[in-house]
Design a protein around this ligand. Structure first.
Ligand SMILES: [Zn+2]
Length: 249
């Protein structure tokens, strides 16, 4: 029975992640996230139920679509795996160390992180329609767990917003509008200190990635960097460190 629970939790997480990937692909393309049902990226045929089993379908079909035998993006597999693992970690955080505030942070981070990562990788945008939901959920999170400080937190977020906005206006191109909004939402979800830590880590990783890409591409520099991806990755790393280290104390 022990393993069955784990498999169910992993599958639920991976399915949620699979939905997040779909949202991340369809929203920037202005397509509905509900209709049509999932279809093949290559021949547009509607996928059967057995093609939609997270992670497993990818392996059973050897990384190819069943309808037209075209290679499937490895990204699906990666995101489903991340979603499933996050669900397991959330489960343990709730059951073993009972820290619901961390569990909620991890849930919102992985779900919105996958949507924004897919969108940022494909179009270099973080869609406003999704950002509104992320803002709403982060605000509710803050209200639910740290309601008595909501005034101060909101003030802190507005302060951060003015600093970033000033930077955005004075140095055009240094920051994307989406990145500014994302950092402000982060300050509601993680608090100001944690957000600054995340931004530092993301910038460091971004610079490393940029240098690495220069070497790989023999000196041709990238025109744009999907900074939202680095922000979410860093948030994930810091949350994981939080859940691992704090569980020892
Ligand atoms: Zn196909």
């Amino acid at each position: 029975m022990f393993l069955i629970n784990q498999v169910i939790i992993f599958t639920v997480g991976a399915s949620l992640a699979s939905f997040a990937v779909l949202v991340g692909m369809r929203v920037p393309a202005q397509a509905s996230v509900i209709f049509p049902r999932s279809y093949c990226d290559h021949c547009s045929q509607t996928l059967a139920v057995e093609d939609l089993v997270p992670v497993l379908s990818y392996f059973i079909n050897g990384g190819h679509s069943r309808c037209c035998r075209q290679p499937l993006s490895f990204l699906y597999f990666i995101f489903e795996f991340i979603g499933g693992s996050s669900a397991l970690i959330i489960y343990y955080i709730l059951v073993e160390s009972y820290r619901p505030e961390l569990a909620w942070q991890l849930l919102l981070t992985s779900f919105f992180g996958i949507i924004f990562t897919v969108s940022d990788l494909q179009t270099f945008t973080l869609p406003n329609s999704v950002m509104k939901f992320f803002l709403l959920f982060s605000f509710l999170y803050q209200l639910l767990f740290y309601g008595s400080d909501i005034g101060w937190t909101t003030l802190g977020s507005l302060g951060l917003f003015s600093v970033l906005l000033a930077l955005y206006i004075m140095k055009p191109g240094s920051l994307g509008a989406g990145d500014v909004k994302l950092m402000v939402v982060f300050s509601l979800l993680y608090g100001l200190t944690e957000t600054i830590l995340i931004v530092f880590l993301a910038s460091g990783l971004g610079i490393l990635f940029f240098i690495f890409s220069l070497v790989i591409r023999r000196g041709k520099s990238l025109k744009k960097l999907p900074f939202g991806v680095f922000l979410f990755f860093s948030a994930g790393v810091i949350l994981l460190l939080d859940s691992v280290f704090l569980s020892f104390f």
